[in-house]
Design a protein around this ligand. Structure first.
Ligand code: PRX
Length: 681
């Protein structure tokens, strides 16, 4: 990490915010850094006043009687308030006379002679379609509190499915369509889910992702394990023939039979809204639990200020994430719709049919806010600036990035080739667990530095801590911690209280390792990231400090990949680490010890086993987890106590000529030399 600190210390460029006029924005919602500082101070000193006022901008069936209560690590927000997030996304806009305005603008991936298919759903469409589908879910016996699994492509019905669950108080668990059937099995069992919503297939780079087939395979495995799935709702999207089962229900049939009359359930502010599984340090993904009121208010407010959303101003916002990740939940659906600026949903790949597809979309829809990931920006850089250069991107007002640290070079390219050297870039740091943005510039206000996510959002009290939990002064690097509660924070890991406490809250506990130090009035939530704060108080994220890697901005636990590898008959032991990767940011490097019966003989046999293992990981987890490098080794480097020396493996995977780490605790010195000599994949 010290190298990373050194390199960012050299970044001295500062970009002052442009005027609203110069980027074509109607106005900046905040006037100055002084205004930001005053609001930030108030949000921390008077959370009741600050958040209470914001929350009242949204609709509540019954008012809350207290804004926040925090008994570390448990927070409650907007206590006893009753609301519904679907109501705030759709019905509220209809009630206030804006039912005919566009809410979701969807574009299909396939491009026919007449261009790609597009569909616009108004707030009224959203209201009636979610109501109908909500009634359809009720007809399948889905009740308040039940977990509904959603495994779909990026079609408007995915948003409708989420909102319909929220409408009736069912909890959704969306699984990214790139995950395998095994990933569905694990999550369905953990969530005790009985209903799965899917598509016959999904379009991706001109081919069909077999979503329904994956669900069928998952159901077969689930059946063997004694977990029956009652219903699989199938939306026809690709005219893809799939096998039919008695549990299958056709989306259109059950929806057409349903009435449009389905009032929104009055939900307690702390009722569960969704589960979203994410990777951690162990092999088992954790179901991050989010509730209703706090999440709604946090995503609403961050969307508004971070993207500078101004209704009735011809803005059109586009986030390129998939709804299978938290970014899609918070910043395609839940945070954007209550702000009454249309949200674009694009079905497919950035390079289909050509590498300028995104810029074509920006130009045709006159996108004003564009939010993407550093990995995508690095791919655009590689494809060449001529692709954005062919399109009129002058509609863009604000650019955003999320998911992993952005290297200053990519930041500068983004600003120059997409943002006309003018548009403010909001580098937003947050996590599945935080629900919404935590550290971020505010456009038109915050001077930006390439590679820094700058300053805390309202209500966020962030600090850099040393190993003992002491706050460090500006200029030092350490652990990123958040003091006190914020509205969108996770409310736990589904079904695993101990893991919730262990993972985020117990590092500095003095007495009982299970619980935060009871003498500490405001313990820190530990993000699992290393970061540095510079002399101006700006945050620079250095990356994960646990065994989690960020591959193309998607979080992956190295333990998950390891357990996928050893589940193959040829692998006895595996160690997985991250390695630098030009496009993905971090790639996956695997070191495997083979069963002697499988020792491949010769180059072709080695290569063939490597491809088999890659494919195997793809089947067990999903394509994003496939190792970029596989090395076979007689044994893995371990300390005397048997711990795999991952730092050493990271150096080897990075191709560093000299391994700098202290190897005095290495049990078998010869292993190191063998690993370095072993063939790369
Ligand atoms: O390491 C940080 C990185 O992504 C992690 C969270 O991953 P996930 O829960 O999948 O959510 C991603 C989308 C919010 C963080 O712990 N990360 C996220 N945003 C940034 C980032 N790293 C640096 N800069 C960011 N802007």
């Amino acid at each position: 990490m010290s190298d990373a600190i050194e390199s960012i210390l050299k970044e001295t460029r500062v970009f002052e915010p442009p005027s609203a006029e110069s980027v074509g924005a109607p106005r900046w919602l905040l006037g100055s850094m002084d205004e930001y500082r005053a609001m930030h101070r108030r949000s921390l000193e008077d959370p009741e006043g600050f958040w209470g006022e914001i929350a009242r901008e949204l609709h509540w069936f019954e008012p809350f009687d207290k804004v926040v209560e925090f008994n570390p690590p448990d927070a409650q927000w907007f206590l006893n308030g009753k609301t519904n997030i679907c109501y705030n996304c759709a019905d509220r806009q209809v009630e206030s006379g804006h039912g005919d305005q566009p809410a979701i603008v969807w574009e299909a991936e396939p491009v026919g002679d007449g261009g790609p298919e597009t569909r616009t759903l108004t707030y009224r469409d959203l209201q009636t379609q979610t109501a109908r589908f909500a009634n359809a879910l009720k007809s399948l016996d889905v009740k308040k509190g039940d977990v509904v699994t959603i495994y779909m492509g990026m079609v408007p019905e995915l948003a409708i499915a989420c909102l319909a669950c929220a409408r009736i108080g069912a909890v959704h668990s969306v699984i990214f369509g790139g995950f395998s059937s095994q990933a569905i099995v694990d999550r369905v069992i953990d969530a005790k889910s009985k209903v799965i919503i899917t598509c016959d297939g999904g379009w991706r780079r001109g081919t069909i992702v077999p979503l329904k087939e994956n669900v069928d395979n998952a159901c077969a495995t689930l059946g063997e394990q004694g977990h029956a799935v009652d219903h699989v709702v199938v939306l026809e999207r690709c005219e893809n023939e799939t096998s039919r089962h008695s549990r299958d229900r056709d989306w259109h049939e059950i929806t057409q039979a349903a009435s449009e009359d389905c009032p929104c359930e009055s939900m307690d502010s702390e009722d569960m809204l969704f589960l979203l599984y994410t990777s951690g340090s162990t092999g088992k993904p954790k179901g991050i639990k989010h509730t209703t009121g706090g999440y709604m208010v946090h995503t609403y407010l961050t969307s508004k200020y971070v993207f500078n959303l101004v209704p009735d101003s011809d803005q059109i916002y586009w986030c390129t994430a998939d709804v299978g990740w938290v970014t899609g939940h918070s910043y395609i659906i839940y945070g954007i719709l209550p702000n009454r600026v249309p949200t674009v949903m694009y079905e497919g790949a950035p390079n289909h049919p050509g590498p300028d597809r995104f810029w074509d979309i920006v130009e045709r829809h006159k996108v004003t806010q564009f939010y993407t990931a550093p990995t995508a920006i690095r791919a655009f850089m590689k494809w060449g600036e001529e692709h954005p250069g062919k399109h009129d991107l002058t509609s863009l007002q604000v650019l955003g990035t999320v998911g992993e640290p952005i290297n200053p070079e990519a930041w500068m390219w983004y600003r120059k080739h997409i943002g006309r050297d003018k548009c403010p870039i909001v580098d937003t740091w947050w996590q599945t667990e935080t629900g919404g943005h935590m550290l971020t510039p505010l456009p038109g206000v915050t001077p930006t530095k390439p590679g820094s996510c700058t300053l805390p959002f309202f209500g966020v009290d962030a600090a850099i801590l040393d190993d003992q939990g002491n706050e460090l002064p500006h200029g030092s690097g350490g652990l990123l911690g958040i003091r006190g509660p914020w509205p969108g924070m996770l409310r736990g890991i589904y079904g695993d209280r101990d893991r919730f406490i262990d993972t985020y809250w117990s590092r500095f506990s003095a007495n009982d390792p299970r619980y935060p130090n009871p003498t500490s009035p405001s313990p820190y939530y530990l993000a699992g990231d290393g970061a540095k704060r510079d002399a101006d108080g700006y945050f620079w994220i250095m990356g994960r400090i646990d065994d989690v890697i960020n591959v193309s901005g998607h979080r992956l636990g190295t333990a998950e990949v390891e357990s996928a590898l050893v589940s193959h008959e040829s692998v006895v032991e595996a160690a997985v680490v991250g390695m630098p990767h030009e496009i993905k940011g971090t790639g996956v490097a695997a070191f495997c010890t083979l069963d002697p019966d499988f020792n491949p003989d010769g180059h072709d046999a080695i290569e063939s086993l490597k491809s088999t293992l890659r494919a195997h990981v793809g089947t067990e987890i999903g394509a994003i987890a496939k190792p970029d490098q596989i090395r076979f080794t007689d044994s893995l480097p371990k300390t005397r106590s048997g711990k795999i020396m991952r730092r050493l493996l990271r150096s080897i995977a990075a191709g560093e000529a000299d391994v700098h780490q202290d190897t005095t605790t290495l049990e078998d010195y010869s292993v190191l030399a063998k690993l370095r000599e072993s063939e790369e994949g």
